[in-house]
Every structure is written in structure tokens, then in C-alpha cells.
Design a protein around this ligand. Structure first.
Ligand code: G3P
Ligand code: CA
Length: 252
């Protein structure tokens, strides 16, 4: 059986660092990883998309425009073109020289420096691009340190076929009519709603827990809300402020 991601009584909320420590460093870069690691986040969330030549790279938007000094859709750029972009100066001059990591580089960094990866399969993927992600993970023997999430059920179905050992989470910005049914259908380890969606029906925690499925809520940066969510029994929080959540957890 796969590891359970349900929080045990008395345990702190699991800290998932959204795009790394992205409030203090450029998102989805080695610099934001470092912030998350210093904040003792166990898990770093990154988004992964394929380049034109099929290399999985760590980038949130469909285009490189917002988070690099380049322009264009990532699906129209080669990995070499993406590797030449600056992914830090948009955030602050001190971060000039940060790069868009490939998934392989990201996994290498986590393997050497510590931490686990919450990998969001983002944007346009094919079965082949999902298979390439699996290869990168398996080649580095990192399957026990990766959790995969997506808004797209099809991406999770491919992932389940290709790598049944990886735990899966479904992202939702509105709740499904029957979260338990979809969790069973997709073989989910976690159901990950936005905070706004979660507020509409906090009772899903008990329903999903009864089926062994964890609930992680995103993206929550505020201690008042952490408190309410802890009381509601959720398992983890995806946050831009991992160090602060870790500190709040420790003081709790
Ligand atoms: O992990 C939840 C969150 O990452 C989903 O939204 O847009 O930040 O990828 P987004
Ligand atoms: Ca994401």
C-alpha cells in the first residue's frame, strides 16, 4: 500500500512550499528552493511543462514572459532556449542569473541538498510528456520523494498507468459533486482544493479520510486561516510562506 498522507492526531500540518519559498525569492528556481529549505519545508511544490523538444522544465505560466527576460510560449521554445533565460531579475536584481531548471536539475538538487517534490503536471501534456517525467524521476531513484498533482484527471490517469507507485493528488478550484467518487476512480492519495472551494464544504475532510484520502488546501498564507484549517482536520497547507507556517506549527 502507498504511504498515507493523512495527518495523525497531534501531528502538525504538512508544509508544502508553493513554487518554493516564492514570497522571498523568484518562484520555481533554485533560489526559491533554498528559501523553502531554510524554512524547513519538507515539500517543495513546482510546476512542470514540456518544451518544444520535449524536455520537462519547471515553469508555472504557459509563457516565459512573466518570470523570465524572454518571451513566448514554453511549448514553442527549445530546452536550450529556455536554459539561456534569466529567471531571477524580474523578481529582484539580487536574483539575476537564476535559471528555469529542468526537472532533471531540480531532482538532482533535491537529491543532493534534501527535500521532497510536490510536482504539478501543468499545462499541455501528452502521454509521452508524462512518460518523460516518470523517466526523469525513476532514473534518479526519486519515486519515494515525489508526489504528483494536477488539475487534469487525464494527466493523473496517465501517471497512474505509467508509475503506479507515485502518490497522486487532484487539484480543484471548485469541489466535485462527489469528491470521494473521483478520488476512488483516480486512485488518489490526496484531494487538494483551493481554500475558497474548501470553505464551501469542510465536511469533505471526514468523507475523504474515511477512504484513506488526505486533504491539502491551497494557497494559504495567513495564520488565522491556518488555525481554522487545522481545526477542520485538513492534512497540509500549500503556502507561499513555508517558514512562517513551520514556525506556527512548532508553536502550536
Ligand atoms: O498547489 C496548488 C497550486 O499550485 C495550484 O495553483 O496556479 O499556483 O499552480 P497554481
Ligand atoms: Ca502549482
Amino acid at each position: 500500500a502507498k504511504e498515507s498522507f493523512i495527518r495523525k492526531p497531534g501531528d502538525p500540518l504538512r508544509v508544502w512550499a508553493h513554487r518554493g519559498g516564492s514570497s522571498a525569492a523568484p518562484e520555481n528556481t533554485a533560489a526559491s528552493d533554498e528559501v523553502a529549505r531554510r524554512g524547513r519545508a519538507e515539500w517543495i511544490e513546482n510546476d512542470v511543462q514540456p518544451t518544444k523538444d520535449g524536455v520537462p522544465v519547471i515553469l508555472h505560466d504557459d509563457t516565459v514572459d512573466r518570470t523570465t527576460d524572454g518571451t513566448g510560449a514554453v511549448r514553442n521554445l527549445t530546452a536550450a532556449q529556455v536554459a539561456g533565460l534569466d529567471a531571477g531579475s524580474w523578481f529582484a536584481p539580487a536574483f539575476t542569473g537564476q535559471r528555469v531548471p529542468t526537472l532533471g536539475q531540480q531532482l538532482d538538487g533535491l537529491k543532493t541538498r534534501g527535500g521532497n517534490l510536490l510536482l504539478e503536471v501543468k499545462g499541455a501534456h501528452t502521454r509521452d510528456s508524462v512518460a518523460r517525467i516518470v523517466t526523469e524521476i525513476r532514473d534518479r531513484s526519486m519515486t519515494s520523494r515525489v508526489f504528483v498533482q494536477s488539475f487534469e484527471p487525464q494527466h493523473l490517469r496517465w501517471m497512474h498507468e505509467l508509475a503506479p507507485e507515485l502518490p497522486l493528488g487532484l487539484l480543484r478550484s471548485t469541489l466535485d459533486p462527489d469528491p470521494v467518487a473521483i478520488a476512488k476512480d483516480l486512485g488518489l492519495s490526496a484531494y487538494n482544493p483551493s481554500d475558497a472551494a474548501f470553505r464551501t464544504r469542510p465536511g469533505i475532510v471526514a468523507e475523504l479520510h474515511a477512504q484513506g484520502v488526505a486533504v491539502n488546501v491551497w494557497t494559504v498564507d495567513d495564520a488565522t486561516r491556518w488555525n481554522s484549517l487545522e481545526k477542520a482536520g485538513v492534512d497540509g497547507i500549500i503556502t507561499n510562506r513555508p517558514a512562517e507556517l513551520y514556525g506556527w506549527n512548532s508553536a502550536f
